[in-house]
Design a protein. Sequence first.
Length: 173
Amino acid sequence: MGRNGSPIAWHGRWYHRMPSGHYRHARGKLLHREIYEVHKGPILDGMDVHHVDGNPGNNVPDNLEAMSRSDHTVTHAPKGIAVLSDVIVCGRCEVCGERTETNRLEPSRYCSHRCYMQKYRADKPATPLIPYVCERCGRAGEAPRKRRFCSRQCKNNYHVAAHERRKRAGLQS
């Protein structure tokens, strides 16, 4: 017995159940597609085989039907997930009041990523500033996280000077 249930033998081949509930042959062929082809004929390009009762373990030929890939996707779209439609839905941006248009079921809350980030930053609590003193020049400042230097230049100068000190001391060749 496999980790997802017992394998099934069909026409001399073994099919193992996948976590999704479908049965797959070691070479990748799906059992419900094989059964459909034997009983109802070849599957046309762009078509999916759909389980009518929604149970991927029920591979009775009467439970299988061919559907276009787009219809199959719409059939299995989870409730609450909008499938794109031809209808344009209008709304107003919560930040700037700009008119928005979308083909989703509900209007967009923001007109752009910039407005979304502006709202996100306004709602996010401010990061406290931590005081520091630059180890190179001694300048005091504040930053949202711990810092050793006030600028990239001070950091580079500090490390160049440290390298020179080690070189003079004979610790580095």
